[in-house]
Ligand binder design. Sequence first.
Ligand code: CU
Length: 506
Amino acid sequence: MKMLFSTSNLALVVLAACQAVNAHTMFSTLFVDGVGQGDGKCMRVDKDGYTASYPIAGLDSNDMACGRHGTEGVKRVCPTNAGSVLTFEFRSWPGDPTKKSLDPGHKGPCAVYMKKVSNAATDKAIGDGWFKIWDDGFDGQEWCTDKMINNGGRMSVKVPGNLAAGYYLVRPEFLALHAANAGDPQFYANCAQIYLTSTGNGKPSKTVSIPGHVKAGEPAVAFNIYETPMALPYPIPGPEVAQIVSSDEVSVKAVAKQNDGLTPSTCILENANWCGVEVPDYSDETGCWAAAQNCWRQGDDCWHPYSDMPQYGPTTGGKGCELWQQKCQGINNACAAKNFDGPPNKGKILTPKPSSIEIGDLEPTHVGSSIVAAETPKAKGDAVEDTPAPSSPEPQTEPAASSPALKVQPPQVKSASSKAAVQALPSPSQAPHAPAAPVAPAAHTDVVTEVVAAPAPTDGPPVNMHTVYETVVVTDVEYVTAMANGHKHKRHMRDLAARRHMRRGF
Ligand SMILES: [Cu+2]
């Protein structure tokens, strides 16, 4: 018997904004040596999908460290090795990789910072201890953000090979400068929780505090990208890339093995930092329905992963939760068919195979005044269909069989010769960012509204365009299946009833 409970509802919210850039972004996924760790896994992200892609509010905010809600850790800590290449993928819709990564109206530098911590899952992230391992600004033609967008929204960096073993937070950052000269530099940062296996004893020669590593009004965050020509070279914000120096203080043995944050071996399905475990064996009708109930209860946790904020669904989407519900439905069906010997497909791993990406060439970085060549990492062969290889506009270096190919590029442009390459850009807007492109919360609230940004300008957007945002009307249907033993089990389905984009000048 199936009853249809709650229904659709719709709300229309029209927000007008006057700005050139109208879609933001969030670092959603970590790849280790080209292997996807799963959307949101090991990542500290905003729990509220609506605000998750917004820039950080204020350079002095604690959100500068790891983003909104970033002082709280997540359960998982991803294993990495000294010299591993870490890739961060950012998305305008954290739960939907098919949407573009970021509106190209965002122009600016990027960087990756690390901080050694005693426990990556609980450290508050704020304060001293941060050091920069890589940065990239403007090369005379492209900003770092342009390169990331052209690379499928991905930023890759190599962990220093001599860095000591232990737990670290890794913090990709970028700065959108389109309103910087109007006093509104817009930073984006999230953090990955990693454990680094290493035989090195290196530590950074100096560290900085975040918040505090950039100050309002300093040239890097007040830069005018609309000036022709721009006042190059662009001064990248924050400290120089840290030198990693050998230190007797660093105890390699102290944390030679990862003990915290590993995925339990009992997990058969993961969605971000949630994991589902197999239901108990059963051999009679009562046991069957109890197992089904166990399954649906776990599924509820998947859809509501933040115990302190149960109103929010998983920020990076609930694809795994949907798979889990299929499993639960399978148990339900078996019970209804009086097949009381289960569970079906006992112990089968349901977590999708990790996606792999071609990392491509790494951008070089500079430590102090010297350029450090970036190695070309070994290419990963088996790209998975849902993760297309990045379409890097840069020439690909053939990976050498025995020794890694090296590619050296000039660091930050220091000469004035590149000024001619400056592109015409839209005038800055005084208006604050309007909400745009939130992730769809997968919660089973009766009304779910999403605000969808109108299509973003890509070439030569009109300066005084008023963009109308219209709410996507989401029909959230909650199916409740009445079960033979009188228990009711919920199943949640979302349906995008309508999706309208509007763009008007007025
Ligand atoms: Cu933005």
